[in-house]
Design a protein around this ligand. Sequence first.
Ligand code: GDP
Ligand code: K
Ligand code: MG
Length: 296
Amino acid sequence: MTENTHKAGFVNIIGKPNVGKSTLMNVLIGERLSIISSKAQTTRHRIMGLINDEHYQIVFSDTPGMLKPKYELHKSMMSFVHMSLEDADVILFVTDLYESDEEIEDVIEKINHSGVPVLLVINKIDLSKEGQLEKVTEYWTQRIKADTVIPISATESFNTERILQEILDRLPYHAPFYDKDELTDKPERFFASEIIREKIFINYKKEIPYSTEVSIEDFFEEENIIRIRAVIYVERDSQKGIIIGEGGKALKRVGTQARHEMEKFFGKKIFLETFVKVEDDWRKDKNKLRKFGYDQ
Ligand code: GDP
Ligand code: K
Ligand code: MG
């Protein structure tokens, strides 16, 4: 393997919330790295995943969905998106059959002027009605300057191999950027907190998931077990009550589901303790955001 025959580069997945970016990245990488839920903004941080082959290394970033900054949190998410345009060799712009360019015109403008090749991925075609895909393709090709259009179904792994081929065609010759044994740049603690957050998204309604943050205070890996202590931060006392639920039932359910998921993910037995703490208005406060790692 020399630098002249080995390809390596960065592929950034960008698109509105819920179009299927995380699902697609997980299909491409073949591991469940990025959490998936049907609620918007589950992916707050930028998550990287690697595909390693003898002849290439592709570094994927799954970005949070694009939004206008309503809170400090949204602003921070937007800067992940801007950052991810700067270092990309290829951009996967993902949309589904239903989204418009509303609210993301400025980001599309940036993408079109970035000089980075764009693969326009139209997802969820398993749900396509007669003539719908043609219309959607026409709509998006008028807005995004794309090298090529790839209709896919991420959940059915339909046409996703073509994405890999199109990426490889555009990847520069370069030595690997990361150790070839690595799967992701995020520490294991991060996945533990993401798994808990996913279960919170599934189990609570309305503003509750958006008002919580999870911090892994302890993560001790022993030979046969990983001991994890997690704190769920909420903004108000009333939310603490909702998270815990009657007789602690709601929190117990979250803990059990998260534990099962972690056991699958880490391939080890998990001992998980969860606590709930109130941290006033963490979303609006920059210092608190920094504490949770949203800092740039
Ligand atoms: P993200 O916000 O763009 O990362 O979207 P997610 O990957 O979290 O997916 C949002 C929702 O769309 C989830 O409920 C997925 O199961 C669903 N979804 C993703 N890909 C497909 C697809 O190809 N077909 C269908 N029918 N649903 C999909
Ligand atoms: K989502
Ligand atoms: Mg996502």
